[in-house]
Design a protein around this ligand. Structure first.
Ligand SMILES: Nc1nc2c(ncn2[C@@H]2O[C@H](COP(=O)(O)OP(=O)(O)OP(=O)(O)O)[C@@H](O)[C@H]2O)c(=O)[nH]1
Ligand SMILES: [Mg+2]
Length: 217
């Protein structure tokens, strides 16, 4: 026969399990979004390597290299003052308003291969947009700082991110290139934090990590 104290002990255990589950901090899912070739996978790989030792996916000079979202879970990033965040990094396919297979022929791709790449890229964009609506808690929006930040896709994407009320950090990437103009990105999006980095060289990524802890915690 169960004693009162045994039943009470069991109930207490169940209650504390419930509390633990209830108060367990949900992991924050951070999506890296932006146009093709901005350097999203390069940055995702750097974050993953800096904090977990692994990479996320392949990088290429041909746009739409990433055509399915890829995730790296449980990445713990620590800041200078000892604060940390645990995040899932989601590397997404580059979002564009137009995907034309002819673009890939210029890189020496066969027509069949180019058509498949364009179809996969289109599906990938739809998937990335779905994730943004359903499953993303914060956004790192990547831009190539040698290019015009006022491209239609950027205005549209930032608008969607704002309407979802998601925290966003804008990254002005490729500052190692001579014609990089991160100031142009700062003045295009004055309402959001902008960090100028070189994902390739790792320049200024410390500042990005601090901003991620500040904005996504
Ligand atoms: N100079 C320079 N090149 C970079 C930098 N970051 C990425 N790249 C280059 O830009 C090209 C595209 O990089 P990816 O990381 O594949 O870009 P992505 O945004 O993931 O591209 P998609 O997956 O096609 O949307 C590659 O040739 C990279 O080596 C950077 O900070 N500086
Ligand atoms: Mg990519």
């Amino acid at each position: 026969m169960k004693t009162i104290s045994q039943s009470f002990g069991r109930a207490k255990k169940r209650f504390s399990l419930f509390l633990a589950r209830f108060f367990k901090k949900k992991r924050t899912r951070i999506g890296i979004y932006g146009p093709p070739n901005a350097g999203k996978t390069t940055l995702a790989n750097r974050i993953a390597r800096d904090w977990t030792g692994d990479a996320v996916g392949p990088v290429s000079e041909i746009p739409h290299e990433t055509r399915r979202a890829r995730k790296k879970e449980n990445v713990v990033i620590s800041g200078a003052n000892g604060s940390t965040i645990t995040i899932d990094i989601v590397d997404t396919p580059g979002v564009t308003t137009k995907i034309d297979y002819h673009e890939f022929l210029e890189y020496g791709m066969e027509k069949n291969e180019a058509i498949i790449r364009a179809r996969e890229a289109t599906e990938g964009v739809a998937e990335a947009m779905h994730w943004l609506r359903e499953d993303i808690d914060g956004v790192v929006y990547m831009l190539d700082s040698t290019l015009d930040p006022f491209m239609q896709v950027n205005i549209m994407m930032i608008g969607i991110i704002e309407s979802r009320k998601l925290p966003v950090i804008i990254v002005a990437n490729k500052i190692d290139l001579v014609d990089a103009a991160p100031a142009r990105i700062r003045s295009a999006f004055p309402q959001h934090p902008v960090v100028a980095i070189s994902g390739l060289e790792g320049r200024n990524t410390e500042e990005l990590y601090e901003k991620m802890i500040e904005n996504f915690a």
